[in-house]
Ligand binder design. Structure first.
Ligand SMILES: Nc1ncnc2c1ncn2[C@@H]1O[C@H](COP(=O)(O)OP(=O)(O)OP(=O)(O)O)[C@@H](O)[C@H]1O
Ligand SMILES: [Mg+2]
Length: 378
């Protein structure tokens, strides 16, 4: 039984230039106790999807079920108001009140809104929520006198104060610096696991999505283009968009030939899936860490691209090289204990089970261009 089910959800905004189709037929389900992430670039419809689930936005079509209750159904015209949905939400901007103390921020919905609780219950509920996020000692501080990470925890405490069945988190770590973000990532994951709260998480940060989730849905232009475990979406991306957005990928155009794919760098021998019988041009994709990098020596071996090192950056646990071979530049990882120098001749060996093959059609090219643009913007 899922805790959340979203079926063929569609949502539009009205703007001066006509309707904006922010969500275009999104379907997914989150199992009880799971951590599920919507991962995608800015503007792909993540926040809009969350707002529909929380009841802050009215969809134009589809159906949303939380627990056993249908909270939205276009067909039967069911719309359950926000305050009657058992969800907690942390907004992209936190939305904490600067004129209130930490305690009053967390207690606000308990004292004011439509879900008021008897006065005697406020203090124990707020104290428990603050303890869970380890802010008990700061209850009387004015909210602005907190660090970014502490403010983030206030927003989280407020979202869990009712012990919701479902927690919606909209990029909750994006305002934090890199180190704190990493700490909070683990803390947040532990916290929701401890409370056994089903969590729907939204981020554009692939590392965050891979590290935290049971399942990841990759979104692009209002649609889910792939759903799977972190390993699935990383190691077996179903489209060039996913391959490029989730991690770094090298792409190589080629033509189907007997036993493999003929490229500008010779024949790459790989197993050919059935659909390639109908395909003339294809795209090969391989990760920087999928390649074995060696100093060039003698004739070029099979499945090997020979090039020269044109760039290198040391990032601690690994060295990231750019290797240029005729017109192409490839990203490759290397051993930081045995560095190559700029200008060194090297061989990239591509194990055939680590190279993915994708259609080289128009749609794919459009996705590739979009992914390349996003990568350049990062
Ligand atoms: N109030 C609004 N009026 C009109 N269009 C909007 C409005 N809010 C969002 N949009 C548009 O809807 C689309 C989806 O926006 P949404 O905020 O859901 O994206 P997102 O994936 O959350 O992006 P980000 O990572 O930047 O937060 C975008 O094209 C955006 O420009
Ligand atoms: Mg957003």
């Amino acid at each position: 039984m899922s805790m959340l089910s979203v079926e063929r959800l569609e949502m539009e905004y009205q703007s001066d230039r006509g309707p904006v189709r922010a969500v275009r037929g999104v379907s997914f389900a989150v199992e009880r106790g799971n951590f599920y992430t919507l991962l995608g670039p800015s503007g792909c419809g993540k926040t809009s999807t969350l707002r529909c689930i929380a009841g802050l936005e009215t969809p134009t079509a589809g159906k949303i079920t939380i627990g056993e209750e249908v909270v939205y159904d276009r067909q039967t015209r069911v719309v359950v108001p926000t305050h009657r949905r058992a969800v907690g939400m942390v907004f992209q901007s936190y939305a904490i009140w600067p004129h209130l103390t930490v305690f009053d921020n967390v207690g606000f919905p308990l004292v004011h809104g439509k879900n008021r609780v008897p006065r005697a219950r406020v203090r124990p509920m707020v104290e428990r929520a603050l303890d869970l996020v380890q802010l008990g000692h700061l209850a009387d501080r004015p909210a602005p006198a907190l660090s970014g990470g502490q403010q983030q925890r206030v927003a989280l405490a407020r979202a869990i104060v009712y012990e919701p069945d479902l927690l919606l988190l909209d990029e909750p770590l994006s305002n934090l610096d890199a180190k704190l973000r990493e700490e909070m990532r683990q803390e947040l994951k532990d916290l929701v696991a401890r409370l056994n709260i089903t969590t729907l998480y939204v981020t554009h940060d692939q590392t965050e999505a891979l590290a935290m989730s049971n399942l990841v849905a990759v979104m692009y232009e209002g649609e889910i283009v792939q759903e799977g475990s972190p390993q699935d979406v990383y190691l077996r991306p179903a489209s060039p968009f996913t391959a490029n957005f989730v991690g770094k990928t090298n792409l190589l155009n080629g033509a189907v030939a007997g036993g493999g794919v003929e490229t500008a760098h010779g024949l790459i021998t790989i197993p050919l899936p059935d659909w390639t019988k109908e395909a003339a041009s294809v795209v090969l994709a391989f990760r920087p860490e999928a390649v074995a990098l060696e100093a060039s020596d003698g004739p070029i071996a099979a499945n090997t691209i020979r090039g020269s090192v044109s760039g290198s950056s040391f990032v601690g646990e690994t060295l990231e090289y750019v290797v240029t071979a005729s017109e192409d530049a490839f990203k490759v990882k290397g051993d930081p204990f045995a560095p190559f120098r700029i200008g060194d001749e090297v061989d990239l060996h591509l194990p055939s089970d680590r190279v993915l093959i994708m259609p080289g059609d128009e749609a794919t090219r459009a996705e590739l261009a979009a992914a390349a643009q996003l990568a350049a913007a990062e």
